[in-house]
Design a protein around this ligand. Structure first.
Ligand code: GDP
Ligand code: MG
Length: 188
């Protein structure tokens, strides 16, 4: 039988961007509308099987975004092989924070760490279909996107990150984040 290969992964990002929700979706395929904030950090594991039958065991540290826990973060990312840096695409502030985390990770871990940049809450931004006829001005319904996909993609290109847009609420793109990381990790 196949031995599982472990991947140590840390989630970083501003408070309330959906880090814990992403983990909950990945680990339990579940979502909670009013998730209680993470205190300190939470540890969860999840196994996935790659197409070539390799078994990967993710060891996930889900950190708290609050400033008072920021000093603890190095404890979690220092030994991580992969980091998922999350922002909320309705919050420019959270994108700034994501930039900060990426910079810090590159300073501390160089290119030894695989980083996925994740723009979460995609469900809140209905892509507007091209109107077929010119209509009187209507409010674009539900489109609260504040960070363009191109901005995220540019940061990713500049810093050598993988880039994804996800919704922990609908599950869109979540598994793909982890599978893509697994496929990038050199397996022993
Ligand atoms: P964390 O502080 O980064 O761990 O964020 P949480 O996972 O605790 O989520 C913060 C809030 O955002 C909660 O109310 C979640 O239900 C909500 N949330 C998380 N992900 C999504 C998402 O993809 N879409 C929407 N609409 N809400 C989300
Ligand atoms: Mg949390």
């Amino acid at each position: 039988t196949n031995q599982a290969t472990s991947i140590k992964l840390v989630l970083l990002g501003e408070s309330a961007v959906g880090k814990s929700s992403i983990v909950l979706r990945f680990v339990s395929n579940d979502f909670a509308e009013n998730k209680e904030p993470t205190i300190g950090a939470a540890f969860l594991t999840q196994r996935v099987t790659l197409p070539d039958d390799t078994i990967i065991k993710f060891e996930i540290w889900d950190t708290a975004g609050q400033e008072r826990f920021a000093s603890l973060a190095p404890m979690y990312y220092r030994n991580a092989q992969a980091a998922v840096v999350v922002y909320d695409l309705t919050s420019p502030q959270s994108f700034l924070k994501a930039r900060h985390w990426v910079k810090l990770l590159r300073e501390q871990s160089g290119n030894n760490i695989i980083i996925a940049l994740v723009a979460n809450k995609l469900d809140l931004c209905e892509e507007q279909a091209q109107p077929e006829t010119e209509q009187e001005e209507t409010e674009p319904r539900g489109n609260v996107r504040k960070v363009a996909k191109e901005e995220g993609q540019k940061l990713a290109d500049d810093e050598g990150l993988m880039f994804f847009e996800t919704s922990a609420k609908t599950g869109e793109g979540i598994n793909n984040v982890f599978l893509s990381i697994a496929e990038k990790i050199p397996l022993k």
